[in-house]
Design a protein around this ligand. Sequence first.
Ligand SMILES: Cc1ncc(COP(=O)(O)O)c(C=O)c1O
Length: 405
Amino acid sequence: MNWEVPLFNLTLDAAEQEAVLAVMKSGWLTQGERVADFERTFAERLGSRFAIAVSSCTAGLHLVAHALGLGQSDEVILPSLSFVAAANVTVETGATPVFADVESFNRPLLDPVDVERKITDRTRAIIALHYAGHPCDMTALCEVAQCHNLHIIEDCAHAPLAEWDGRKVGTFGIAGVFSFFSNKNLATGEGGMIVTDDPALAQRLALLRSHGMTHPTLDRHKGHAFGYDVIEAGFNYRMDEMRAAIGLVQLNKLESNNERRAQCAARYCELLADLEWAEVPFLRQKSKGKRQKSKVESQKSKVKSPKSKVQGQRSVYHIFPIILGDDAPSRDRLMKALRDDRIQTSIHYRPIHDFTFYRQRYPTPDARLPITSALAPGLLTLPLYPTLTAEQQEKVVTSLARHKG
Ligand SMILES: Cc1ncc(COP(=O)(O)O)c(C=O)c1O
């Protein structure tokens, strides 16, 4: 499809090309010094003690869940409004995923109140997603986790350099896991990074990433070791040098790319101001009170204490979801109409509890996730990327407005 406005776009240029070429010329392709450099630089930028590069965010989440010893008798609480990786990884360890609701239409982020409600004697961990690049309420989630002696794993796939309370997300839980998949704010094709402040965990993750071997291939190549021992059953979740080289260049661009994303998000808000039938979560609620707060939302706002609405939040605008109201055209119709105008849209997300596998194996009635279930059918993601032009944004919004009714 020849999109005039694709959903996402890469920001690769000669700098990444040269970096990859340099790797090819170096004669060393698998995990080596560039990976180590990428890890050091990433940890520094995050303000984290350790960073462990992996082959994907999914591999990273798996590695952390495995290293924490999650297993058969355990439950893990996570949002249903998320990408399926965290739930799949939970299932793979033998633990049971327990889905929690999001806070509200305006903050579709894991709700600490509902998380607490869903804790049982078997709960061991919470996996929090910083959806769309917006930080979860980490103050409240950490309070809940501390109170019940639970681990927090942060799924930071959408949120490199996002901040809660002036601190980078990924540094609140026992570990934070990032994705460098092709459509992400920092893209290397495939790839991921785990950050943690726990030295024992970091050491174990590094070991498990490479078969549980005491010496990586590079050590032997350099003549620092002649063999290796295997001290634990691990995996091959390594990152290679080409990806690390791209990652280092992309990391240099991340701050300015995130800034451009924020500008585009602000511009969308202006352009969408007159579109009464669409809400912009995080950024714009219906001003004229057109959408009545749902009964669940009203009840929830009474339950929730305002304890942790703090300054210092920073979003990195990974995606731009809007929520279509009851008086909007059908989502299917809109997506097709926009496609005919050569504008690509997507859905983030169909809730995980609604997928066949999860419905059959871990049935969760919609009534247990009232806000997620109410908002998900209206979610529509508009194109967002650093090189999105003002003209492209106008085209998207004009096309949306034209297909009303
Ligand atoms: C929220 C979220 N978590 C995890 C992942 C998995 O990332 P990866 O493709 O790097 O395994 C993604 C990828 O799209 C994601 O969006």
